[in-house]
Design a binder for this molecule. Structure first.
Ligand SMILES: *Cc1c(COP(=O)(O)O)cnc(C)c1O
Length: 410
């Protein structure tokens, strides 16, 4: 008799986006003429930049000619892209890395989800609450999270991020071995300060823990005081793995390319306390389960780092961040309490009069025809909050804010 992995049965359904879809469809059906504006999606909407598209075309042509055709590439990625990443993402910020510390992949979702495989199942994970759900769900599948009771996993250390702590995950009192940090955070749009990240790095060192740092939105950071890589913190290379992606940076959500940094000195331990380097284990895992990102896509990604590529990419990010400003300032002018939207394309607003997240969702949908995402869908501490994204068009963003202003004016 074939047995299933029963850990999968413990997972709650993907309630959040299914429920949003259901409610929007029901409303549309009853109000067919209502024009619905979607500021709920966490997906980009602008096309790839010219520079990237040109390189993609050229790379396709390479594949059509015997002399330049490429079969399997290196497991970790081509040097032309790895070198561009090291120079532009790291050397430019004073961080030195070797080529074999970078692993290209087809997404930060896969990497943040898969990385837990190289750790024992009895480790305790700690996550910000609210946060991107992939970290917890993948650990649940691996059997590391206990049972899901009353909206929480029994063996997960939740670090509530709320107004009282500036949405910063606090060092846990309980023991934690694998710590997931996301900065700028999805959904709160807030960053973890240099000071707090330093505390985290020190905590990881003292407790022989590891930090899995998701920096998928680092290019949206505008304030110079914020770090764009955890390796800007002294000693982080000993204890942190970093994930970045071309998805939000350069519109690659449908093209697929990301990278993970595993410094050579970062380690975990055997039962008997022997040090094992993560880079070696991850390299072994990648070589076994992955055959590399397509040559064509790597060529396209490298174009993000040419002079023209950087300029064009910056323009797209600026476009979204102008949307973020419009949303943020529009809501503030209504007297609402708003977080994020300065160093991230997400605006995290406190619902008026402590309205439950789903009630506010219904109110916005039915009164102004704007779809956002209820905060409670990202973790228990998201209740009473609501996420709007800056990835819509300028026109729709303005329309949505004007409609919200008319309806919520107090
Ligand atoms: C969008 C997103 C990712 C990136 O996913 P890809 O698989 O690279 O498209 C990673 N982390 C967070 C927090 C995200 O919101």
């Amino acid at each position: 008799m074939v047995k299933i992995n029963e850990n999968f049965l413990k997972l709650p359904g993907n309630y959040l986006f299914a429920e949003i879809k259901k409610r929007v469809e029901a409303f549309s059906k009853e109000n067919p003429s209502a024009e619905i504006i979607r500021l709920g999606i966490g997906d980009v909407t602008l096309p790839l930049t010219e520079e990237v598209v040109d390189e993609l075309h050229k790379a396709v042509d390479d594949m059509a000619v015997k002399e330049t055709f490429k079969g399997y590439g290196p497991d970790q990625g081509y040097d032309f892209l790895i070198d561009a990443i090291i120079e532009n993402e790291y050397n430019s910020r004073g961080v030195l890395l070797d080529r074999d510390e970078i692993f290209l992949s087809d997404g930060a979702k896969c990497d943040t989800g898969n990385f837990q495989e190289i750790f024992g199942t009895d480790n305790i994970i700690a996550v910000s609450d609210p946060v991107y759900p992939v970290y917890v769900d993948t650990n649940a599948m691996a059997g590391r999270t206990g049972d899901f009771i009353n909206g929480k996993w029994t063996k997960v250390v939740y670090m509530p991020c709320n107004e009282d702590n500036d949405f910063t995950p606090q060092l846990p009192k309980e023991k934690a071995d694998i710590i997931y940090l996301c900065s700028p955070n999805n959904p709160t749009g807030t960053t973890i300060s240099k000071k707090h990240l330093t505390e985290w790095v020190n905590y990881a060192k003292e407790n022989k823990a590891v930090i899995l740092f998701d920096a998928a939105y680092s290019d949206y950071i505008k304030e110079d005081t914020e770090v764009k890589s955890i390796y800007e913190i002294d000693g982080a290379k000993d204890v942190a793995v970093e994930f970045k992606s071309f998805s939000k940076k350069a519109g690659f959500t449908g093209t697929r390319c990301a990278f993970t940094v595993v410094p050579k000195q970062a380690a975990a331990y055997t039962e008997t306390g022997e040090k094992v380097f993560l880079n070696k284990l991850w390299a072994r895992r990648v070589a076994t389960k992955f055959n590399g990102v397509s040559y064509i896509v790597q060529k396209g990604a490298a174009a993000v780092y040419t002079e023209k590529g950087k300029e064009q990419t910056r323009k797209v990010i600026d476009y979204y961040m102008e949307n973020a400003r419009i949303i943020r300032e529009g809501l503030i002018s209504l007297g609402l309490t708003v977080y994020g939207g300065v160093n991230a394309p997400y605006i995290w607003l406190k619902t008026p009069n402590n309205m439950p997240s789903w009630d506010f969702f219904d109110k916005l949908l039915t009164e102004v025809h704007v779809v956002g995402t209820p905060g409670s869908g990202f973790g228990p501490s998201g209740e009473g909050f609501f996420r709007l994204t800056a990835f819509g068009s300028r026109e729709n963003t303005k329309k949505a804010i004007e409609a919200i202003k008319k309806s919520l004016a107090i």
